[in-house]
Design a protein around this ligand. Structure first.
Ligand SMILES: [Zn+2]
Length: 450
C-alpha cells in the first residue's frame, strides 16, 4: 500500500522533472544558433517606411544587432544575402482558434479527439508557414498543442492560450443540444466541457472556478462571451449574458493571477457592461454606437477587431439562424472600423477563422483586406507592433517574455524575409508560399527559400 501511494505522488513529480529537462535542452540549442541577414531593408513593425539598407544579426533567439555598416560573420553563423529584400516581424493574429480550423462544428465536439489534435498540429505548421509566428488563441482546448510546439515536437506559432471560452447557459459558446438540458449544478460535464472547448458558468462562484481552471492550465488571458454570437445555436445577437457580479468575478480572478479578461461582445450594452467591471479588451464590437466607441477610447480599452470576409458569412446556410445573425452583424464591420479610426481606439487585428481550412489559407489576404480602412503600413503595424502590445497585457502570465512584433535590438527573433516591399504592395503577404523567402521563429529558421 505504501509503495502505491508513494508512486502516485512521485509519478507526476517525475513527469514534471522530465518535462523541464526537455524544455531546458530546447533552449540551450537555441542559444548556440546565429544568423546574419545582410543588405535588408527593415519594416520595424511601427514605421511607415522601410529602413535604409541594413544588416541584422540574430544570436540565439534574440535580435542582437542592427547596423547600416557591415557586421562581420563569425564562424558558424548562417549568412543570408538579403539583396535588398524586406525584413519584417513575424505576423501576429490576435483572434485565432487553433483547435477549431480543420474540424467542422459537429466533428469538433463529437469527433475523434486524437484525430482532431493531429489535424490541429498540421494546421499549426501551416499557420507558421503563412508567416504567422504568434497567435492569441481566444477559445479552444489548445494547451497540449501549445506544449507540443514550445517543446519542439512540431512546428507552429507561439500560442497565447485562453483555454476554454467561458459562457452562460444558452450563451455564445454553449454548443450543447437541447437534449442535454437540464444541467445539474455540480453534475456531469457535457462533451464540449470535457474537451475543454467551452465551459458553462451561471454564477459568480462557477465563473471563478472555471477561470481559475484555465489559469491553472496555463491560460495567458481569459475569454468570456458577454453577449450573443453568430455561430452558436441558442444565443440571439441582442442578448447580454453574464451579470455584473459574474463578469466581475472573472476580472478579479484573472487580475489576482496577473492577467486580464477579454470579452466577446457586439452590442453597446454588452460592451459597456464589460468595460464597467474592468474588462481590458473587447472582441469584435461590431454593433457599437458612437457613445460606446467614445467610452472604449476614454477607458483605454482594446478593441480586437476582424475584417471578417464575406465568404465566412456566405458559409452559413441560407435560412439558418446563424445566417440571419451574420446578416445582422456584417454591415457593422465597416462602421466599427470607421468608429475605431474616428475615436483613435487602440485596435488589434485578427481573423477569427472557424471551421474552414480554405479560409485559414486566406489569413494573409484577410490582413491585406484591412486596406479598405488603413494604409498598408498601418495594417502591417497593426498585425505586428500593435498586436504585440495587446499580447503584453498578459503581464507575468506572458508565456514568451521579451519583445514581439518589432525588429529592434533585443527583441525576440521572429522574422520574415519578403521578396518585395509589402508597404508598397501589401498583397505580397497574401501569397506567403511565393513571397516569404525566410520564416524565422525564436531565432530558428523554419523556411529558407532565399
Ligand atoms: Zn472567435
Amino acid at each position: 500500500m505504501i509503495c502505491v501511494s508513494v508512486l502516485r505522488t512521485a509519478l507526476p513529480l517525475l513527469a514534471l522533472v522530465l518535462a523541464s529537462a526537455a524544455d531546458a535542452q530546447g533552449s540551450s540549442q537555441t542559444a548556440a544558433r546565429a544568423t546574419l541577414f545582410q543588405n535588408v531593408r527593415i519594416f520595424d513593425g511601427k514605421a511607415s517606411s522601410l529602413s535604409a539598407p541594413s544588416n541584422v544579426l540574430v544570436k540565439g533567439n534574440i535580435i542582437e544587432r542592427i547596423a547600416a555598416t557591415p557586421i562581420a560573420a563569425e564562424p558558424g553563423v548562417t549568412v543570408i544575402a538579403g539583396n535588398g529584400r524586406t525584413l519584417m516581424p513575424g505576423l501576429i493574429d490576435n483572434h485565432w482558434h487553433a483547435m477549431l480550423i480543420r474540424p467542422n462544428p459537429v466533428e469538433a465536439i463529437t469527433g475523434d479527439a486524437g484525430y482532431n489534435n493531429i489535424a490541429a498540429g498540421v494546421e499549426a505548421t501551416d499557420t507558421l508557414m503563412r508567416g504567422f509566428t504568434t497567435v492569441r488563441d481566444v477559445g479552444g482546448p489548445v494547451f497540449g498543442l501549445k506544449r507540443a510546439i514550445d517543446t519542439g515536437l512540431i512546428a507552429g506559432p507561439r500560442i497565447y492560450p485562453s483555454g476554454a471560452v467561458i459562457t452562460v447557459t444558452s450563451g455564445h459558446g454553449d454548443f450543447r443540444q437541447l437534449s442535454e438540458l437540464p444541467r445539474t449544478l455540480g453534475g456531469m460535464l457535457s462533451r464540449m466541457e470535457q474537451l475543454g472547448g467551452s465551459m458553462v458558468a451561471d454564477s459568480p462562484d462557477e465563473v471563478r472556478v472555471r477561470v481559475r481552471e484555465q489559469l491553472m492550465q496555463g491560460a495567458s488571458q481569459i475569454k468570456l462571451t458577454a453577449g450573443g454570437g453568430v455561430s452558436s445555436p441558442f444565443s440571439p445577437i441582442d442578448v447580454v449574458t453574464f451579470t455584473d457580479p459574474e463578469l466581475r468575478a472573472a476580472v478579479e480572478a484573472a487580475e489576482n493571477w496577473g492577467t486580464y479578461v477579454t470579452v466577446h461582445a457586439f452590442t453597446p450594452a454588452a460592451i459597456q457592461r464589460g468595460i464597467g467591471v474592468g474588462v481590458k479588451c473587447i472582441e469584435h464590437g461590431f454593433l457599437m454606437d458612437e457613445a460606446t466607441a467614445r467610452l472604449i477610447a476614454e477607458k483605454g480599452v482594446w478593441l480586437s477587431a476582424q475584417p471578417l470576409p464575406e465568404d465566412l458569412r456566405l458559409g452559413f446556410p441560407v435560412g439558418s439562424v446563424q445566417r440571419a445573425k451574420a446578416d445582422e452583424v456584417w454591415p457593422g464591420i465597416a462602421r466599427t472600423y470607421e468608429l475605431a479610426k474616428k475615436y483613435k481606439i487602440k485596435t488589434a487585428w485578427g481573423t477569427d477563422v472557424l471551421f474552414s481550412q480554405a479560409l485559414a489559407q486566406q489569413q494573409g489576404a484577410i490582413l491585406a483586406s484591412l486596406t479598405r480602412w488603413y494604409t498598408a503600413a498601418e495594417a502591417l503595424a497593426m498585425a505586428t507592433g500593435t498586436n504585440a502590445e495587446l499580447l503584453a497585457l498578459s503581464g507575468k502570465r506572458n508565456p514568451y517574455p521579451g519583445k514581439l512584433g518589432v525588429v529592434e535590438q533585443g527583441a525576440l527573433a521572429d522574422l520574415l524575409l519578403v521578396d518585395g516591399n509589402p508597404l508598397e504592395n501589401i498583397n505580397l503577404i497574401a501569397d506567403p508560399a511565393k513571397n516569404f523567402k525566410i520564416i524565422m521563429k525564436d531565432g530558428k529558421i523554419y523556411k529558407n527559400e532565399n
